[in-house]
Design a protein around this ligand. Structure first.
Ligand SMILES: [Zn+2]
Length: 218
């Protein structure tokens, strides 16, 4: 992997800045409970170095941090996809083949806004109402049978594929580091936006809860 094959730090910084702008335009529309999607932290957000770089640790609502995290993940994915297409022919062929083989099924995660990307789309199953079907079942049911079994990879192809997966991982890691570095410089405006659009709403909820708890019994 040569230097010129990776994204330049300037390009990463530019994309990070544009993604933070996009998140700042979305944030004023956020309100507790008005956005579909899980409120619990997801695997993408727990312990995320990206969120740490953004200064979003602690008690900021998950939907708010997830919306920023997904936008950053898109930058990493795009960089890795571009690199794979240009430099990793075996992995690229494998991924393209996978797409052709699995095409035609129902894809509930396709075309989602970044706020919902990467979240489990099925509702939380804590309530008593059973669902008639889950998204996961629907995906399975609508997946067409592949026309032919896929030809197996030769041992040489398998070795190359492993090497290329390893390279793609390294590119992802390197882009993530550049991204975190660039994102850290946006901490002040991220913090200011949380203070302006999120904290007052959380405070209002807490005040309301306190009022209800302190209200004399009717
Ligand atoms: Zn999340």
């Amino acid at each position: 992997m040569s230097e010129r094959d990776e994204l330049l730090p300037d390009v990463v910084a530019e994309r990070v800045s544009a993604a933070v702008d996009s998140w700042l335009r979305w944030l004023p529309r956020w309100a507790p409970g008005t956005h579909r999607g899980k409120s619990r932290m997801c695997r993408r957000c727990i312990g995320s170095p990206v969120l740490a770089a953004a200064g979003l640790a602690g008690d900021v609502p998950h939907q708010v941090v997830h919306a920023l995290n997904s936008r950053m993940q898109r930058i990493i994915d795009r960089a890795v996809d571009d690199y794979t297409e240009r430099q990793l022919p075996t992995l690229h062929a494998e991924l393209t083949g996978e797409q052709i083989w699995n095409a035609g099924g129902f894809e509930p995660g396709a075309g989602l806004d970044p706020e919902f990307e990467g979240l489990d789309l099925d509702p939380e199953s804590e309530d008593e109402q059973p669902f008639l079907f889950t998204m996961a079942e629907l995906v399975e049911q609508t997946r067409p049978e592949p026309p032919l079994p896929r030809p197996p990879l030769t041992s040489d192809e398998k070795r190359r594929l492993r090497e290329e997966i390893d390279l793609a991982d390294r590119v992802a890691h390197s882009v993530e580091q550049q991204l975190c570095f660039a994102l850290a410089s946006h901490q002040p405006r991220i913090e200011a936006a949380i203070g302006r659009f999120v904290e007052p709403q959380i405070q209002a909820l807490l005040d309301e809860l306190t009022r209800q708890l302190q209200a004399p019994p009717q």
